[in-house]
Design a protein around this ligand. Structure first.
Ligand code: C2E
Ligand code: MG
Ligand code: MG
Length: 748
């Protein structure tokens, strides 16, 4: 995966985790708030319901007491007892004893009354004027024909707070008096103190109009002795103000108070008479709030866990980044110079290619880097690569990049397509490498050469580079159509060569080798022709150099040796005297130790004498290790093969080489035969040729003139005592059958 893609993925994961965590936290918070709110509302509703139930129970109690008085008054109405004082006293005393009233009284419409006190079993005679204001008002209402309940008042008779119920007494349809009973608040205490009050978890007080406790529940949470809800520090100032306001308006109210650090809820419900209130307090709120606290705690723990997960994720992310940075370095960078590698280069190249057209790829190589490694050691070689990396880096502009492939090969991408400018830039880069390396510890001039592909890739740049690999006069080459065609051909040849070999498409052609003395046949040279399935031919120049490069040449040469042996065998089989045949052999084979044995196996298989096989090696092979070549030649001689040196005089041959390398035959390159226009040079050529032939003769080496095209060529070489000649003058290379017909069979 690409580095930027990896980073994008990481960022995505982080965002997803962060967002989902926040959403989860918010959701939990939302659910908790909802639960909390619902619990709160449910609690309010429950307090209200219960308070109202208690209100109705209290009303029932009041009603019950009024009922008792009403029943008594009805009895008096019917019997006329009120008119008979003795009887009246008797009846009131009895009623007082069986009911729980504190006192029972009868007042006539004139305002005269008699009062029976149950506790004291005593009678009091009084007028309405002397009664307490609250009692008098209630009685007066009954004298008007109404049932009434008085406000609470301090009774000077009983020294406690009492209130009065009063009902009218009728006689013949008219009010004749009123029956009144006084009672203390104790009648409510059973109700208000009952353990059943709100399941025992809540409690109810009965409040007077001023918020004073009329009946205080025994279960009260606040244990201190207080006479009013406003006393003590329990209600906040704000709550007190709201409560006073509610009391004055006789409205219900919710509120809360704190006791010993615990929060409780309360609800006040007006009773609807005397300004009295039911004050309902909820201890359960405490547990509801602890329930809330548990939820908050859970949320807290969850949040803590989230934070931990985040820390863990971050740690993982950090490690991941660290490791991926390391992996990236391994995957994308060259460990020797720290430059990018080709993988990274290709990735960036693809991006550039998509974005723009003005780019060129450059392949850079050091000439003879192998020599630096061999001379100064690998460490210094690496140091040179390091310098090279720095110089390339310095010579690149904005947006340009480079990489190191293997060994001394670098590639750079330039944002430039103009040939002149690229040449100038590369010229100065090559010069700065020279400058830097000339200042190094070891003096060794490093020269760089480059291949450029304008709007092309690495492969094309490399093609251009390879085209000047073996020339020393050009430092920069550009990829063009010619190179493109060569590349196409190269690819086509390489992909077909093995099949062609299997299908025997490589044909044996022979060119006769003639004795210059008597123009008689002395041998032949085997030359390969690639006959394609369509019948057309490919010539060795097209594919041999390529096969030399890719190593396939060794295979092909052994194949050709085999074809030659096959031919020799078939001549012998028909009774013809075989002639020695030369076979061109790749220099790769001369480096292979098993080569002599392989050849031996082939000639043995065809029962052909190795003396009939002349192995031609190229003159350039002498540039290799002479000792090693001689030992190989020796091994070949031991097996009975002959060795010839081909194309002598085409390259850097020297006479020295002739006695150093133990060859049997010397083939003089046709360049020797070509006359030169300058008379002086012509003379010198002639002298050298003469000397070479003489020198060879002295060493017992047979000489062959290649490229004998004319009678003059032939005569000239014959005059120089060259042994044999080969060339179009005699015959072009012809296929083996034709050769057999023309030369072997006719010869008899
Ligand atoms: P070479 O071994 O020097 O072969 C002689 C080349 O000169 C042949 O070219 C031949 O056709 C050509 N030639 C012969 N007489 C004349 C002449 O009078 N005038 C001129 N201008 N040319 C003449 P060819 O067959 O195209 O082969 C080219 C080279 O390819 C050979 O040069 C040889 O080095 C290589 N080669 C050919 N066959 C094989 C092979 O089987 N194995 C290897 N390794 N190399 C081969
Ligand atoms: Mg040859
Ligand atoms: Mg030759």
């Amino acid at each position: 995966m690409e580095e930027s893609a990896l980073k994008r993925q990481l960022a995505k994961v982080t965002v997803i985790v962060a967002v989902s965590s926040i959403v989860l936290c918010a959701a939990i918070f939302g659910v908790l708030s909802y639960v909390f709110q619902t619990a709160h509302e449910a609690e309010h509703a429950q307090m209200k319901t219960e308070a109202q139930e208690y209100r109705s129970r209290i009303f029932k109690q009041l009603d019950k007491n009024l009922q008792i008085l009403t029943t008594l008054s009805r009895a008096y109405e019917v019997s006329g007892t009120a008119d008979r004082e003795e009887e009246l006293r008797d009846s009131i005393a009895k009623a007082g004893q069986v009911n729980s009233f504190v006192s029972l009284a009868y007042f006539s419409v004139e305002g005269n009354g008699i009062l029976y006190t149950d506790g004291q079993d005593a009678w009091l005679t009084m007028t309405l004027d002397t009664c307490a204001e609250e009692a008098r008002r209630a009685v007066e209402q009954s004298l008007q024909g109404k049932n009434a309940v008085s406000r609470m008042f301090d009774s000077n008779v009983y020294n406690q707070k009492v209130f009065v119920y009063s009902v009218p007494v009728y006689r013949n349809g008219a009010v004749t008096g009123a029956l009144a009973a006084s009672d203390t608040l104790e009648i409510f205490e059973d109700i208000v103190n009952g353990d059943t009050v709100m399941g025992g978890e809540r409690y109810i007080h009965l409040l007077g109009a001023e918020g004073d406790f009329l009946v205080r529940s025994e279960n009260t949470l606040v244990k201190e002795d207080v006479s009013s809800i406003f006393e003590g520090p329990y209600l906040s100032e704000d709550t007190k103000a709201s409560a006073k306001e509610a009391l004055s308006r006789q409205e219900s109210m919710y509120g809360d108070f704190e006791y010993l650090g615990e929060k409780c809820h309360f609800y006040m419900e007006p009773l609807g008479f005397n300004g009295w209130y039911l004050f309902c307090a909820n201890r359960l709120w405490d547990s509801v709030s602890s329930f809330g606290r548990i939820f908050l705690l859970v949320d807290g723990v969850f949040f803590f866990l989230l934070v931990m997960i985040f820390i863990l994720l971050y740690y993982q992310y950090y490690n991941f980044r660290k490791n991926s940075a390391l992996l990236m370095r391994i995957a994308y960078f060259d460990p020797v110079t720290g430059a990018k590698n080709t993988t990274k280069f290709d990735q960036e190249f693809q991006q550039i290619r998509k974005k723009q057209e003005y780019y060129s790829t450059v392949a850079l190589d050091i000439r003879n880097f192998k020599g630096i490694n061999e001379l100064f050691g690998k460490r210094n070689g690496d140091q040179v690569l390091g310098y090279l990396k720095q110089v390339i880096e310095r010579n690149l502009g904005e947006g340009e990049f480079f990489c190191r492939d293997t060994a001394d090969r670098f590639y750079a991408l330039l944002l430039d397509t103009e040939e002149a400018r690229i040449r100038e830039r590369l010229g100065s880069l090559i010069q700065s490498v020279r400058d830097v390396t000339s200042r190094m510890e070891y003096r060794y001039e490093i020269s760089l050469y480059a291949g450029v592909a304008v709007q092309g890739d690495r492969e094309k740049a490399l093609m251009a580079l390879k085209s000047i690999q073996n020339t020393h006069h050009r430092d920069v080459a550009f990829y063009d159509e010619e190179l493109h065609e060569a590349l196409r051909r190269k690819n086509s040849i390489e992909s077909n060569m093995q099949t062609a070999l299997n299908n025997r498409e490589f044909k044996l052609f022979l060119q006769p080798k003639m004795s210059l003395a008597g123009d008689s046949l002395v041998g032949a040279e085997a030359l390969v022709r690639w006959q394609k399935p369509d019948g057309s031919y490919r010539y060795p120049d097209e594919f041999i150099p390529l096969f030399e490069d890719n190593g396939f040449c060794a295979k092909l040469d052994l194949y050709m040796v085999e074809r030659v042996c096959e031919q020799l065998r078939s001549w012998m089989d028909v009774g013809l005297k075989p002639i020695p045949v030369s076979v061109n052999q790749s220099k790769l084979l001369f480096a292979d130790r098993s080569y002599p044995n392989t050849l031996e196996r082939i000639v043995t298989r065809y029962r052909v004498s190795p003396a009939l096989i002349i192995l031609e090696m190229l003159e350039s092979i002498a540039a290799n290790d002479v000792e090693q070549i001689n030992s190989q030649i020796e091994a070949l001689h031991e097996k009975g093969f002959h060795v010839s040196m081909d194309d002598f005089g085409s390259g850097y041959s020297s006479l020295n080489m002739l006695y150093q390398i133990k060859i049997d035959e010397l083939k003089l390159d046709r360049a020797f035969l070509r006359k030169v226009s300058n008379h002086n040079d012509e003379e010198r050529r002639q002298i050298i040729l003469e000397q070479v032939i003489r020198f060879a003769k002295k060493l017992g080496i047979t000489t062959v003139a290649e490229g004998v095209e004319t009678q003059q060529d032939r005569d000239n070489m014959a005059a120089l005592s060259c042994d044999y000649g080969q060339g179009y003058f005699y015959e072009r290379p012809i296929n083996a059958e034709e050769f057999s017909d023309k030369y072997m069979l006719r010869r008899g």
